[in-house]
Ligand binder design. Structure first.
Ligand SMILES: *[C@@H]1O[C@H](CO)[C@@H](O)[C@H](O)[C@H]1NC(C)=O
Ligand SMILES: *[C@@H]1O[C@H](CO)[C@@H](O)[C@H](O)[C@H]1NC(C)=O
Length: 402
């Protein structure tokens, strides 16, 4: 009986021990599971929080971007408005300027002006001058065109200094480039296309002149170059140079006093030459005290001075000028370059009346014109604007009084 009891007891004990053991394991596992559940709960909460935060952030940034773009468009609108207002102010200023400028009109060429430098000769030959004037009148009266508008603008390239000039000989089609405001060399191109397709001035022929040209106010016509030469800033010479033979054909002194320059906004232009079928024209300042631009007509072959006029167009705020059909068109600007405009004209034949005198604006550009050279055959202007070479095509109409 005893061993049976012992067996029973020991079996019960073993059972109890195993039970304990499993209970402990179960407890342990349950605890672990609980802990894992807790963790999972925690992660879940965490990720939920992150998610919400992310969404909040997204919402915030979307709002901020929205607000920014709204502000941006507002700013744009403001800028646009400001631009329009500036435009309007500019137009108004132009309008006021044209209305208050007593000289925004065509001036009559009613008499030959007497010059101090040759007053004696002049007063002696007054009748003669009268006759000559008549002669010129009849000679150029078959040229009946007046500038009516600027049709188009073409920017060819940018070469050289901010100031300079370029022009095309209407007879030979060759193009001449004067870089800067003085020098003894110029560049010659065979055509406008040659010039515009050339890298820089590499396809040109460089011509070295026997003397310096002073100021971008030269003219080229029928194979001859006419340029101003001024030594020691005193005496002014007009030089005729044959571009074919490479020699000076003629030199003449031109009577001016002091060192006044013809256009107030381009002080490097001592005097401005223009050549066309009707002759050689020179625009100049007679003296420091003389506020107006003066005009002289010269014989292109001999450089004789044939006639002089006071154009009554002021030098003040003048930028450049050009001559079409015996009419001088003076271009004005402001010191802080705005829009160049033809605001004063003078007709040597006295045929352009004020009512048909156009107030012409040049298209918006880069800076201010350093020179404007008219080509009568093509009816276009060769302009130098802050180093850009530009062509303006012009439209013409018939003068009313023919
Ligand atoms: C034009 O002149 C400027 C100086 O006045 C000079 O630096 C430049 O090299 C010249 N350009 C050409 C193409 O001659
Ligand atoms: C152009 O030049 C040639 C030769 O240099 C000359 O014979 C001719 O008369 C000139 N023409 C004009 C319109 O000046």
């Amino acid at each position: 009986m005893k061993p049976v009891f012992v067996l029973l007891v020991s079996t019960a004990w073993t059972l109890t021990a195993a039970q304990y053991y499993y209970q402990g394991l179960m407890d342990y596992l349950e605890n672990r599971l609980l802990a894992i559940e807790d963790r999972m709960q925690f992660w879940h909460e965490q990720s939920h929080r992150y998610h919400t935060e992310l969404q909040d952030f997204k919402k915030l940034t979307a709002e901020a971007i929205d607000a920014l773009s709204k502000e941006h468009s507002l700013l744009f609108k403001d800028l646009d408005g400001a631009g329009h207002r500036v435009d309007r102010v500019e137009r108004e200023m132009d309008y006021v300027e044209t209305n208050t400028s007593p000289r925004a009109c065509a001036n009559k060429a009613d008499k030959v002006v007497e010059q101090g430098a040759w007053g004696l000769q002049e007063s002696r030959g007054e009748e003669e001058a009268e006759e000559e004037w008549e002669e010129v009148h009849s000679k150029v009266s078959d040229c009946v065109e007046i500038l009516s508008g600027i049709r188009s603008v073409k920017i060819l390239k940018r070469v050289g200094s901010p100031k300079g000039m370029w022009t095309r000989d209407p007879r030979s089609s060759k193009v001449y480039v004067f870089n800067g405001t003085s020098g003894d060399d110029i560049y010659q191109f065979n055509s406008v296309r040659d010039f515009s397709s050339s890298p820089g001035v590499s396809s040109s022929r460089q011509i070295r002149l026997p003397s310096d040209w002073s100021g971008p106010g030269s003219a080229v016509y029928n194979g001859s170059l006419y340029y101003i030469q001024q030594e020691d800033k005193t005496d002014l010479h007009v030089v005729k140079y044959n571009l074919m033979s490479g020699s000076i054909t003629d030199i003449a002194m031109f009577p001016v006093e002091g060192r006044a320059t013809v256009y107030n906004l381009n002080p490097e232009i001592v005097a401005d030459l223009a050549a066309d079928d009707e002759g050689l024209w020179i625009l100049y300042a007679a003296s420091e005290s003389e506020p107006n631009i003066h005009l002289a007509k010269m014989d292109p072959a001999t450089l004789d001075i044939e006639e002089i006029w006071d154009t009554r167009c002021p030098r003040e705020n003048a930028e450049a000028a050009f001559i079409v059909c015996g009419t001088v068109y003076v271009v004005y600007n402001t010191r802080l370059a705005s829009r160049s405009r033809v605001q004063c004209l003078f007709d040597v034949n006295d045929m352009v009346i004020s009512e048909e005198a156009p107030l012409l604006y040049f298209p918006r550009r880069y800076g201010a014109h350093a020179s404007l050279k008219y080509n009568p055959e093509e009816k276009q202007l060769y302009a130098w604007d802050d180093g850009y070479q530009i062509i303006y095509r012009l439209t013409m109409k018939k003068k009313l009084l023919v």
